[in-house]
Design a protein around this ligand. Structure first.
Ligand code: ATP
Ligand code: MG
Length: 665
């Protein structure tokens, strides 16, 4: 351990970001950062003089009802409070200030599940609806500091709801509307929400989802829930309505006038809580502060994505994930830009929906997870060629490692080498990018999330000793050596779990749970979850690197590498491979041999998979992340100990894989 083995990253050279980035932009939309040196100077100041750096940013970017006394307190160490003494309101910052200046400007472009079924919501309209819903909540007795559960599809009402809740100083707890009644029940109860906001049904990929029925099912076991506000999305008459508990959105909002003053809250008052994806176990309800969160949402969107008020950003993520919170909702609105809210899937009715949206609305930023990119790459480039896509300046990815192959495809086929590709590493815990390039400025390496964002001090630790490896060309565990404004403050009502999960594993550091390398140029590479690391004869192998090597095979559409016990080598590598449609039999056998050769060549003979399973589909979280934990259990025949797989996006894949593994042995 210590020195980074000669893996994929070692021979990746930096490429300069596209110069088109500076030319291809609307009149008057000047980049915020124009050189790599400027990034470096700002970064140094953010670390060495955080009070000076953040005081200026916070006063420039946020409207304060009462100015703060100090930006970071205490100035050193970890358990900081930010902008202490200050008071502000998030909805005022995201809605009112833009509505006053520019009431007719579109805040939201809603693109419905069916093509051509969307509409726009202006800042003026948004303020009116947010105010009305805020008054409904007040009438129901929701107070500052109460939590409100949100279980809504990707419709403008999701944003209206989030803003209405924070307008009265309450705390939103958004639960992804693809989750089961059980998953929803657990989150409503953990947050002790007394009001739930939902819709009658949802539409996604041409399917109808019984959203309200799922809520009804879950609140049977939520004794504290008093009211459910229901928005009519489809108007289906058969949806149950219980007038003791339920209120129609469309009947109650019009009772109230179009303006209610926002409730100023303290900087450190919680803005929301949000549960992690649950890739590694029981989800954690992470709490984010109002001022620190909002500020970092704004500054990452500005500096990393070059997002201006004139821009239209399309983040293809559900509002139920942190990516949706920050990049569909808060950052675009706080900046006064236009956000695209897309209800559907990447492939319904055709795998060109994203490209249609980008061209139709002249999107300037696009942000998506690698799982969607792998899917769209597989659909074939001939579908993309007819599109213009020339308004795009910045293209982001987040959520999983992006294999260099997919990165290059994104850069050539979608960015057309005009826009910057931004591989951004972040977590629900960090609530905004922490390792990421600056658009147009940071040199790029396909597969690397490059360098730390302002205020973030990243450390690579030796996983055995916890010692910080300060040189370049090292690999180990990724940790943060300092706090910045948007780092999560606690686990909801469980500060002990917060300390145990993040601070106890490596004293003096915040533990991310991810393995990472820092290469000879100081660039960071995420190697996969620490829990997923495979140890073959003392070589610690990164699942991300093995998977990236296998993905170079043009017949492979997705794959997951995991370790399993081996008498000789401690662990050996097994890989689960999904092939492109229509490949089987002898052809599949040949691909297995090719895969072994590729891994031997790219990584080393010890990394060559001992077992290769051809599968139709890999088990994934609802946010699209591959669940390697489940594959590991299946390999050691512990399929009775998988835990709750009902929250997976494709629970059926599990049984199929169990059968494939059994048949193989
Ligand atoms: P849980 O913590 O419950 O297991 P989760 O970690 O999947 O769930 P999120 O907070 O949504 O929940 O995901 C953050 C994780 O996603 C990171 O810790 C990392 O493993 C992965 N990730 C995010 N961005 C990147 C990236 N650019 N490259 C590689 N991995 C990434
Ligand atoms: Mg996590």
């Amino acid at each position: 351990m210590g020195h980074h083995d000669e893996h994929l990253s070692a021979h990746v050279e930096k490429i300069q970001p596209p110069t088109e980035f500076f030319k291809n932009r609307p009149e008057g939309v000047e980049p915020y950062i124009t050189s790599f040196e400027q990034y470096q100077e700002m970064y140094t100041e953010s670390i060495e003089q955080p009070n000076k750096f953040y005081s200026k940013l916070a006063r420039e970017n946020l409207h304060w009802h009462r100015d703060f006394e100090i930006a970071k307190f205490p100035e050193h160490g970890f358990y900081n409070s930010w902008f202490v003494g200050g008071q502000l309101n998030a909805s005022y910052n995201c809605v009112d200030r833009h509505a006053f200046k520019n009431p007719d400007k579109p805040a939201i472009i809603y693109e419905g599940d069916e093509p051509n079924s969307g509409y726009k919501v202006t800042y003026g309209e948004l303020l009116a609806q947010v105010s009305q819903l805020a008054q409904v909540l007040l009438e129901l007795g929701v107070k500052k500091g109460d939590t409100v559960a949100v279980y809504l599809p990707m419709i403008p009402e999701a944003i209206i709801t989030i803003m209405a809740i924070n307008r009265i100083g309450a705390i939103h707890s958004v639960v992804f509307a693809g989750f089961s009644a059980t998953a929803l029940r657990d989150r409503i109860n953990d947050a002790y929400s007394q009001v739930v906001i939902t819709s009658d049904q949802s539409k996604r990929g041409g399917r109808t989802i019984e959203t309200k029925r799922i809520v009804d099912q879950s609140i049977k076991e939520c004794p504290q829930v008093k009211n459910v506000i229901v928005f009519k999305r489809t108007g289906d008459e058969s949806v149950p309505f219980n007038s003791k508990v339920d209120l129609w959105w469309h009947e109650n909002l019009p009772k109230y006038r179009n303006y209610v003053p926002p409730v100023p809250v303290n900087s450190e008052d919680p803005l929301y809580l949000l549960y992690t994806s649950g890739s590694t176990g029981k989800p954690k309800g992470l709490v984010h502060s109002t001022a620190g969160y909002l500020l970092n949402a704004i500054v990452t969107a500005k500096y990393v994505f070059d997002l201006h008020p004139e821009d239209t950003i399309f983040t293809a993520a559900d509002i139920g994930w942190v990516l949706g919170h920050t990049y569909v909702c808060y950052a675009p609105l706080a900046i006064g830009a236009t956000t695209v809210l897309y209800e559907g899937t990447p492939v319904y009715p055709t795998p060109t929906r994203f490209w249609d949206i980008i061209d139709d609305y002249k999107c300037t930023q696009f942000y998506v997870a690698p799982t969607a990119l792998r899917l769209l790459k597989r659909a074939g480039d001939h579908l993309i060629k007819p599109y213009d896509l020339s308004t795009l300046r910045a293209l982001g990815t987040v959520g999983e490692p992006i294999a260099p192959d997919v990165w290059e495809w994104y850069y050539e086929t979608i960015a057309r080498k005009r826009a910057s590709i931004l591989d951004t590493f972040w977590q629900t815990e960090t609530s905004a990018p922490v390792l990421c390039p600056i658009a147009g400025v940071t040199p790029l390496k396909p597969g690397s999330c490059s360098l730390p964002f302002f205020g973030v001090k990243c450390a690579i630790l030796d996983p055995q000793t916890g010692e910080e490896l300060k040189e370049n060309d090292v690999e180990g565990v990724l940790a943060f050596a300092s706090a910045w404004p948007s780092l999560t403050r606690t686990v909801w009502k469980d500060y002990k779990r917060y300390l145990e999960t993040y601070f106890h594993p490596f004293p003096g550091y915040f533990f991310t749970g991810d393995g990472a390398a820092r290469d000879k140029d100081g660039f960071f590479w995420i190697l996969g979850r620490v829990d997923d690391v495979v140890n073959v004869s003392g070589h610690r192998l990164s699942t991300a690197e093995i998977e990236a090597a296998i993905l170079e095979n043009p017949n492979v559409s997705e794959n997951a590498a995991v370790g399993f016990p081996n008498e000789l080598t401690g662990q050996a590598v097994a890989t689960f491979v999904a092939l492109k449609a229509g490949i089987s039999g002898a052809e599949a056998e040949k691909i297995k041999k090719d895969i072994i050769l590729t891994v031997r060549k790219e990584i080393g003979p010890f990394a060559a998979p001992k077992e290769i399973f051809i599968v139709d589909d890999l088990p994934k979280t609802r946010s699209g992340k591959i669940m390697r934990r489940i594959l590991r259990k299946i390999l050691v025949h512990e399929e009775d100990q998988l835990g709750d797989v009902s929250t997976l996006s494709n629970p059926n894949s599990v049984g199929d894989i169990v059968n494939i593994v059994k048949a193989h042995r």
